[in-house]
Design a protein around this ligand. Structure first.
Ligand code: AMP
Length: 420
């Protein structure tokens, strides 16, 4: 019997898996330059954290969580998102008692029992950033700019930024009531009517055309912002423009839960079909209190690593041949003694910072040279009995087929020089 990865999951294997590392590094680099520290939380938490921190009325909590009882009878959930765990960690360790804002970034697996399709998986990877404990439009703008810089560093040109404001505790309830009033007058099915009462903003997100058609005249939150929220939003927009980050106002962009406040945004890519969001985030001024902490106005985002790679593929930015090239030097030794010497040579090269591999197993010269070619290495080192006697090795440039003899004592230095 053989096994397959579970439905909705897949493996990242070489050479593509190199991109996972590259994307993670590229998205994290701007954050680290901006003073965000790395946080790693467990991949499972107390179920209640997500019920409260993500919200019971969301699809994530009501339909998509991987929840089970552990052997101690505790209800555990594989994390479906990173924000609630990060806020939990900040509160647990009292990080918010120090300098504010607390700036953190993370990278890791998320688990959601979703309908699997291209770009939508049950296990996926995110890089996320959170800035906790400050209410400052410059912080919202900073995070957006940092995500933008990450995408740009990867060479992506087709990412678009959609921006909206959701108001705050003052103006949102007024808007919510106006929206409910409007929605109650529409022709909607029973589950949607129920949603109007629990989470009316989510109805705006309904993708069905028969619903969308009726929403044309729906009141927009942007028209209901109080003075403070309006000024805050204008400042975020001003800063983004000043930083040359293009955005489109999207008055329909919403997040359903009450603790999401003010700035909300999404990064989309048109090369991805229906799963077009490559990342998203916003302000969540009320979350800390919802999970038992003090008021801690915060802002954050999560970017999808898998979808970022799909976007790069759509833009023709992937180069599997380059990704497959892991080493610069490949050793081919003939005979037992030569093989031992090669083993030491390869060890020395690696120690000196040169990527090196060698032929293992009992392959003949032909097979070993083929392996050297396949490795994508620039140089093959060939060591036979005659070379060994001469205390030298043949260095073959695999791009030009040019071959030179180099004394064994000099080969590390010579290759370092050639590979500069
Ligand atoms: P969210 O936490 O839902 O705001 O998602 C943030 C980002 O994570 C999205 O913009 C996607 O890029 C990515 N993402 C969310 N859900 C999935 C999924 N099921 N499969 C792959 N990527 C996802």
């Amino acid at each position: 019997m053989t096994f397959q990865a579970p439905k909705g999951t897949f493996d990242w294997i070489p050479p593509r898996s190199e991109r996972v590392l590259a994307v993670r590094d590229a998205l994290a680099a701007p954050l680290r330059r901006a003073g965000y520290g790395y946080v790693e939380t467990p991949s499972f938490e107390d179920t209640e954290l997500f019920k409260r921190g993500v919200g019971e009325s969301t699809d994530v909590v009501s339909k998509e969580m991987y929840t089970f009882l552990d052997k101690g009878g505790r209800s555990i959930t594989l994390r479906p998102e990173g924000t609630a765990p990060v806020v939990r960690a900040v509160l647990q360790h009292g990080l918010h008692n120090g300098q504010l804002p607390v700036k953190l970034w993370y990278s890791g697996s998320q688990y959601r029992y979703e309908r699997a399709q291209k770009g939508r998986y049950r296990h996926f990877w995110q890089v996320g950033a959170e800035a906790l404990g400050a209410e400052d439009p410059a912080l919202d703008a900073e995070l957006i700019v940092l995500a933008w810089q990450g995408y740009a560093a990867l060479g992506l040109t087709g990412v678009r930024l959609l921006l909206n404001s959701l108001g705050d505790r003052q103006c949102r309830p007024v808007y919510r009531a106006a929206l409910q009033e409007f929605l109650r007058g529409l022709d909607l099915d029973e589950p949607t009517r129920e949603r109007i009462e629990i989470n009316p903003l989510r109805v705006l997100d309904d993708k069905r055309s028969e619903v969308q058609e009726q929403l044309t005249g729906a009141p927009l939150v942007i028209d209901h912002l109080c003075g403070d929220c309006k000024a805050y939003h204008e400042e975020v927009r001003w800063l983004l423009t000043a930083a040359a980050v293009p955005y489109a106002d999207d008055p329909r962009l919403v997040r359903g839960l009450d603790y999401y406040t003010r700035t909300t945004f999404e990064f989309v890519h048109d090369g991805l079909g229906s799963q077009s969001a490559v990342g998203g985030g916003g302000r969540y001024d009320g979350l800390s209190e919802v999970i038992g902490g003090p008021p801690l106005p915060s802002v954050g985002w999560a970017l999808g690593v898998d979808r970022t790679i799909l976007a790069m593929e759509a833009e023709g930015l992937l180069d599997d041949a380059a990704d497959a090239r892991l080493v610069d030097v490949y050793g081919v030794a003939l005979g037992e003694e030569a093989k031992r010497r090669m083993f030491l040579l390869v060890t020395d090269l690696r120690q000196a910072g040169v990527g090196a591999d060698m032929a293992y197993g009992s392959r003949g010269m032909k097979g070993a040279m083929k392996a050297a070619d396949r490795s994508g290495a620039r140089f093959a080192l060939i060591l036979g009995e005659r070379d060994l006697a001469a205390e030298a090795v043949q260095v073959k440039d695999l791009t030009t087929a040019e071959q030179t003899e180099v004394p064994l004592t000099e080969v590390v230095t010579t290759l370092k020089g050639k590979l500069k």
